[in-house]
Design a protein around this ligand. Structure first.
Ligand SMILES: Nc1nc2c(ncn2[C@@H]2O[C@H](COP(=O)(O)OP(=O)(O)O)[C@@H](O)[C@H]2O)c(=O)[nH]1
Ligand SMILES: [Mg+2]
Length: 253
């Protein structure tokens, strides 16, 4: 599915808007990002109740590209300086408040990020299977310092998803802060976006206070996931067509 233009489904840059403050303070702790465990959620006062919608997001890319660093950046964890291959699989939770444009309804998106080390992936078939199982979105990573990783993005995308899947696909270029060593040109990025119709986001560098550097990616995830769900819901509300195989199947209620 094609990505929707930024700001078409949700209020763009809502984190900058004063009326979002009550929601964004819930994902902060002492001016830093608040770290949420698997079963935790922001607690809102009754007059500001917001529903939470949950999504599974898989982070894909070769070893050293910056998957673990991106997960940490998005979740507000300390970004590791050293590269050590992620052993097995790690998940982290990101909450992100969003205001829908049409209804002005506020939702907390809960992204569960899945970050899997390549060795584990290679050695255990079930790892990839469980990463892909009921996945809602995939972030395809390349590094700006590694042209090969950029070239490989199209392969990765076709290996992981087929266009009929209900999966939001976004591309993230990491290590954008190392522009002195950049190996991928702006025109290559532009061309890729035109051909694949998948937006490319740029991340890198130290994490500063505030949401400016993660907001575009988290907003795009939220917006496209919501859009995907709306499309699915509207097609599901059409009168159900009998499926040939279903006719003699027993219906268990
Ligand atoms: N300068 C810079 N270094 C990065 C960035 N992302 C990751 N790194 C470094 O690249 C190395 C590999 O990152 P890591 O997240 O462990 O890669 P993974 O194998 O894909 O999980 C680490 O030393 C990170 O500190 C970035 O955006 N900028
Ligand atoms: Mg890792």
């Amino acid at each position: 599915m094609e990505a929707v233009p930024p700001g078409s489904v949700i209020v763009a840059d809502w984190y900058r808007n004063p009326d979002s403050r009550d929601f964004f303070t819930k994902i902060l702790h002492k001016k830093k990002r608040r770290v949420f465990g698997l079963l935790e959620a922001p607690v809102m006062p009754p007059h500001l109740k917001a529903d939470t919608v949950r999504y599974k997001v898989f982070i894909s890319g070769k070893s050293g590209v910056g998957k673990t660093a991106l997960a940490a950046r998005l979740a507000g964890h300390q970004i590791p300086n050293m590269h050590y291959e992620t052993t097995g699989m790690e998940t982290s939770i990101v909450f992100w408040p969003v205001k829908l444009k049409e209804s002005s309804r506020v939702l907390f998106f809960q992204f569960q990020l899945w970050d899997c080390g390549e060795n584990a992936m290679r050695r255990f078939d079930h790892m990839l299977t469980s990463c892909k199982e009921q996945v809602d979105a995939i972030l395809f990573l390349f590094s700006f310092t590694d042209h090969g990783s950029f070239k490989d993005i199209s392969n990765q995308m076709s290996r992981f998803t087929d266009p009929s899947d209900r999966v939001v696909r976004l591309v993230v270029g990491t290590k954008f802060d190392l522009f002195m060593h950049t190996d991928v040109t702006e025109s290559e990025i532009t061309r890729f976006q035109e051909v694949s119709r998948v937006p490319v986001f740029r991340v890198g560098g130290d994490v500063s206070e505030g949401f400016g550097e993660i907001a575009p990616l988290l907003n795009a995830l939220a917006e496209n996931l919501w859009h995907q769900d709306c499309i699915h819901a509207s097609s599901a509300s059409l009168p159900p067509q009998p499926h040939p195989e279903d006719t003699n199947r027993e219906v268990i209620v």
